[in-house]
Design a protein around this ligand. Structure first.
Ligand code: ARG
Length: 559
C-alpha cells in the first residue's frame, strides 16, 4: 500500500518512491487514517508551509488504488483505505498463500551461516542456545526470502582443553565408562580445571599430553581423543533435534590446523606477518586494531590462523555470496582483526564475511552451575525449565496424560527459552528469568503458543468449511487486526536487513495481543458475521504460525 501512495505523489514532491515509502507513517489511531505522509521536510525546498503542501497535494494527486479518500490534516496528508476491500483482498491472499504468506523473493543468493559452534569435551551451555536460536532464525528468514542457506557448524576439537580432559580422565576417572552425555563429558573438563588450579605441577603432565596429541605419537592417547571427540559430537544430536536445527556441514578446528600453519608461513614470506618473541603476529596497530597472534612461540597454531584456513575453505567449497559467523560479541575485536588480515592477504571475496554478534545470557541470582563451574549446561537448564513448565501446564488442565504432559512441557520450554532470547536485540545482554519467560500472560513464547492454540480451537469447534465470504461493516478492533496482518512481509524484510529476528518476535506479540482483544470483543461462532470472522481467525493463525516458524518456534495445536 505504501508503494501505491508513493507512486501517486512522487511527481509532485520530487522524491523517489523508496524515499517516500520511508517517510510514510502509520497514524496512532485509525480515525486519523491508515497511512500518513508528513510534509515538514519538504517545506524548505518547496518554500511553502507544510500545511499548504498537504492541501496542495490533496487537490493535485489521484486517489491511489484501494483507498477511499485522502484528507489534509495540518502538516499531514492522511490516506484512508477502502477497508472492506482491503480486508477482503488481504484475507484471500493469506488463505491462498498459507505458509508462503509474507515471503518475497530477493534473488537466489547463496548464504553460509555459521552458528552454534560448541567445542568437543566441553559444555554445551546456555550461551550456545542463544547462538543456535539466533543462527537458525536468521537461516529461516533468509530461506523465506528465497536465498539458499548453508548451515555450518564449527567446533574446537584440539588444543589445551582436550589435553586437560584426557589428562583428568586417565588420572582420576578411568574407571568410568565413556558416555555420549554432554553433562558427563563437561564434568570431566570442569574437574580438570579445578584440580589444575589446586596444583600447578600438574600442568607439566597436561603439556606432555598436549604434545603427544599434536604429533600423534601415542596410540592410546590418540584413540582416546578420537573416541571421546565422537561421543561429544554425538551428544549434540539430541540437543539439535530439540532445538529444531540441522547442519549441512560441520567443520572442526583439527581439520584446518595444518593449512593454518601453512598460511602463517605464507604470510611471513609476504611480510604481512612477522616474528615477535618467537611467536608469529600480524601487526594491525596502523588500523588501531592491535596485534593478531597466529602462532605461539612453541609453534602451536592459534584460533586465528585456523580461522584464516577455515575462511579459505568455505570459499573454496561453496560458491558463496554471503558468509555470516554468528558468535558472541566478546569476539568483536577479534573478528575485526581477522577480517583485516584477510583483506591484507588479498583473500578473494573476503568482503562477503560478516560477524553477527550476540550478547550474554545471565541469570538473576548470578546463579552458577555446580557441575560446570560457570556456565549452565544445556541439559540441566532444559530439565529445570521443563519441570517448571509441566507444573504450570498442570495448573491449567489436570487431565493431560503424563507422556503428553512431558512432551508439551518440553515444547513450551523450548518456545519460552527461544522467544525470551530472540525478543531482544541480539547484541543486548539478557537475564533469563524462568518465571517471566514462562508466564502465560506476558510477552512470552507460551503466550504466543496459547494464542495460536486458541485460534485453532475456535476453527476446530466451528467445523465450518465454506470457501467464500463477505466482508461486513468492520469493528475497529477487526480493522486493527487486518492492518497488523498486512504488515507481516515488511517486518520480515526489516528483520532480514538488520539481522534482527526480534522485529519478528515483537510483531508476533503485538499481533497476538490484538487477536486476543478481538477475541474478547467479538464473538466468532455465535455471530452473524461468523463466516468472515472465521476467515479472519484463520488468517491470524497462518500469520502467527509463519512468524513463529521464522523464529524457529514450533506451534502446538492444543495447549
Ligand atoms: N568454538 C569457538 C568458541 O568456542 C567459536 C567459533 C566461532 N567461529 C569462528 N569461525 N571463529 O569460541
Amino acid at each position: 500500500m505504501k508503494k501505491l501512495i508513493a507512486e501517486s505523489i512522487k511527481k509532485e514532491v520530487g522524491l523517489t518512491e523508496s524515499e517516500i515509502e520511508n517517510m510514510i507513517e502509520i497514524p496512532p489511531s485509525s480515525a486519523m487514517g491508515d497511512f500518513a505522509f508528513p510534509c515538514f521536510s519538504l517545506s524548505k525546498q518547496l518554500r511553502k508551509s507544510p500545511q499548504q503542501i498537504a492541501l496542495d497535494l490533496k487537490s493535485k494527486i489521484k486517489l491511489p488504488k484501494g483507498f477511499s479518500y485522502i484528507e489534509a490534516s495540518g502538516p499531514y496528508l492522511n490516506f484512508f483505505l477502502n477497508r472492506k476491500k482491503f480486508a477482503e483482498n488481504l484475507i484471500k491472499k493469506i488463505l491462498k498463500e498459507k505458509d508462503k504468506f509474507g515471503s518475497s523473493y530477493l534473488g537466489k543468493k547463496r548464504v553460509m551461516i555459521e552458528f552454534s559452534q560448541p567445542n568437543t569435551h566441553k559444555a554445551f551451555h546456555v550461551g550456545h542456545i542463544r547462538g543456535t536460536s539466533l543462527g537458525e532464525s536468521l537461516a529461516r528468514i533468509s530461506e523465506f526470502l528465497g536465498e539458499k542457506v548453508i548451515r555450518a557448524n564449527y567446533s574446537g576439537d584440539t588444543g589445551m582443553h582436550i589435553a586437560k580432559w584426557i589428562w583428568c580422565y586417565r588420572k582420576y576417572h578411568s574407571k568410568e565408562e565413556l558416555k555420549d552425555d554432554e553433562a558427563w563429558i563437561s564434568s570431566i573438563y570442569v574437574d580438570a580445571v579445578k584440580r589444575l588450579s589446586e596444583n600447578q605441577e600438574f600442568q607439566n603432565e597436561v603439556d606432555e599430553i598436549n604434545r603427544k596429541i599434536e604429533n600423534k605419537s601415542d596410540r592410546e592417547i590418540n584413540r582416546l581423543w578420537k573416541k571421546t571427540r565422537k561421543l561429544s559430537i554425538k551428544s549434540w544430536t539430541r540437543i539439535y533435534r530439540e532445538l529444531g536445527t540441522k547442519f549441512d556441514i560441520h567443520y572442526f578446528e583439527s581439520e584446518v590446523e595444518k593449512r593454518g600453519k601453512e598460511i602463517t608461513n605464507e604470510l611471513l614470506k609476504k611480510k604481512i606477518a612477522k616474528k615477535s618473541d618467537g611467536a608469529v603476529i600480524v601487526d594491525l596497530e596502523k588500523y588501531s586494531l592491535g596485534v593478531l597472534v597466529l602462532l605461539r612461540s612453541d609453534g602451536t597454531v592459534l584460533y586465528s590462523a585456523k580461522d584464516l584456513a577455515l575462511a579459505e575453505r568455505k570459499l573454496r567449497e561453496y560458491k558463496l555470496d554471503k558468509s555470516l559467523i554468528v558468535i558472541g560479541n566478546e569476539q568483536d575485536t577479534y573478528f575485526k582483526q581477522l577480517f583485516k588480515t584477510m583483506e591484507l592477504m588479498k583473500l578473494k571475496n573476503s568482503k562477503i564475511f560478516s560477524h553477527i554478534p550476540f550478547g550474554m545470557v545471565r541469570f538473576p541470582e548470578g546463579k552458577m552451575s555446580s557441575r560446570t563451574g560457570d556456565n549452565i549446561l544445556y541439559s540441566d537448564f532444559i530439565k529445570d525449565v521443563s519441570e517448571f513448565a509441566a507444573k504450570r501446564l498442570q495448573e491449567r488442565s489436570l487431565k493431560i496424560p503424563k507422556r503428553e504432559l512431558e512432551k508439551r512441557a518440553l515444547a513450551v520450554s523450548i518456545a519460552a527459552i527461544k522467544y525470551s532470547m530472540l525478543r531482544q536485540n541480539p547484541r543486548k545482554n539478557i537475564i533469563f528469568i524462568k518465571k517471566d519467560a514462562l508466564n502465560f500472560e506476558g510477552d512470552t513464547g507460551p503466550y504466543l503458543l496459547y494464542s495460536y492454540a486458541r485460534a485453532n480451537s475456535i476453527i476446530k469447534k466451528s467445523n465450518f468449511k465454506k470457501r467464500t465470504f463477505f466482508v461486513p461493516e468492520l469493528e475497529p478492533i477487526e480493522i486493527e487486526l487486518v492492518k497488523k496482518l498486512s504488515q507481516f512481509s515488511e517486518i520480515v524484510l526489516n528483520a532480514y536487513k538488520n539481522f534482527n529476528p526480534s522485529l519478528i518476535a515483537n510483531y508476533s506479540f503485538e499481533l497476538a495481543k490484538i487477536f486476543n482483544e478481538f477475541y474478547h470483543a467479538c464473538p466468532v461462532i455465535h455471530s452473524e458475521n461468523k463466516e468472515f470472522r472465521l476467515k479472519l481467525v484463520n488468517s491470524f493463525k497462518i500469520v502467527l504460525r509463519n512468524s513463529l516458524n521464522l523464529l524457529g518456534i514450533k506451534t502446538l495445536e492444543e495447549m
